[in-house]
Write a protein that binds this ligand. Structure first.
Ligand SMILES: *Cc1c(COP(=O)(O)O)cnc(C)c1O
Length: 314
């Protein structure tokens, strides 16, 4: 195994399971366990690490020294790619949505990316929408030279190979297969990996963080999910998006605040906060059978975390 693969496999040991034994806000009759993927790496955290793993190995194997990707100004993915480039020795180029941001002071996420050596290239919203067009990608390669291109959010076939490693790890750590494994759903790369590797009898629950996201508009049709698996989309839970992507409510923020106080584990209001709110709410409403083991994957990534949460906490 080459050096990069060895380093990456070693890091996989950093994600323990943690039993939440004082569940909030009132006792629920389930065993709730958190899979701490947020601890995989201090900067390349959570599912972004999972999704990058085999892409980094492929980029190295194919002789690329530059990674190019896309993201908004608060993108956990952009942040993770910048950090991974720095740690594992790739040049990185980030195409950032929003021409108007060029020349302005950088926010914390973009500042981190630049400090990590990422070349930030701001593009108009119209150009950004072309991010998956082959013609646009060819132009980018002409402009920046040969580069390994990662899609927005990092979801592609190799990403799903990475997220498919989470459930086998959970089963090995727990010593048995849990009844439920839960994750938040943005582009769907994480839930696709879970569904792919879930053994018979295990339910995978994806908590959708944006409005109206259904199986059909996830960009996953061509990623090796069987039709039977694709037909299982009741597994996408739609009731906890709180109005849409990055939208929040005082109720959600208050939930996160109490959870963080009780556990010392940070969440964000974009992804993991919505998932955990949903799990507790379902538990209270008797969705899970008594005694069920429910594992929630802490997908990491705190770039979208609201300053309001710190304000409430202090
Ligand atoms: C990006 C992200 C997600 C969404 O994952 P998908 O694979 O795109 O569905 C979930 N949680 C966190 C913390 C993220 O940063």
């Amino acid at each position: 195994m080459d050096e990069l693969a060895r380093q990456l496999n070693q890091l996989a040991g950093n994600s323990p399971l943690q039993l939440l034994d004082d569940p909030f806000p009132e006792p629920v009759a389930i065993r709730l366990v958190l899979k701490r993927d947020d601890r995989l790496h201090p900067q390349v955290s959570g599912n972004k690490w999972r999704k990058l793993k085999y892409n980094l190995i492929a980029a190295r194997d194919q002789g690329f020294s530059t990674l190019l990707t896309f993201g908004g100004a608060y993108s956990n993915h952009l942040y993770a790619v910048a950090a991974a480039g720095n740690v594992f020795g790739f040049r990185t180029i980030g195409l950032v949505r929003g021409e108007e941001l060029a020349g302005k002071p950088l926010n914390e996420t973009l500042d981190f990316c630049q400090q990590s050596g990422m070349h930030l290239h701001f593009v108009s919203r119209a150009d950004y929408r072309r991010k998956d067009d082959s013609g646009f990608l060819t132009e980018l390669i002409a402009q920046f030279g040969p580069c390994y291109i990662l899609p927005e959010g990092g979801t592609n076939e190799l990403a799903i190979r990475g997220t498919a490693e989470v459930i086998p790890e959970i089963i090995a750590q727990l010593g048995y297969a849990p009844d439920y494994v839960c994750c938040p759903v943005g582009t769907g790369g994480t839930v696709a990996g879970l569904v792919q590797s879930a053994p018979e009898g295990m339910e995978v629950l994806g908590f959708v963080v944006l409005k109206g996201l259904v199986w059909a508009n996830l960009p996953l049709g061509h990623y090796s999910l069987t039709n039977a698996q694709a037909g299982d989309w009741p597994r996408l839970i739609q009731d906890y998006h709180f109005g849409g992507y990055a939208k929040t409510t005082p109720e959600l923020l208050q939930f996160i605040q109490i959870f963080e106080r009780k556990t010392g584990i940070l969440l964000d209001q974009v992804y993991t906060g919505k998932m955990l709110f949903g799990i507790y709410d379902l538990a209270r409403n008797g969705f899970f059978p008594t005694g069920a083991t429910v594992v929630a994957v802490h997908t990491g990534g705190l770039q979208g975390r609201s300053d309001e949460l710190d304000a409430i906490n202090s």
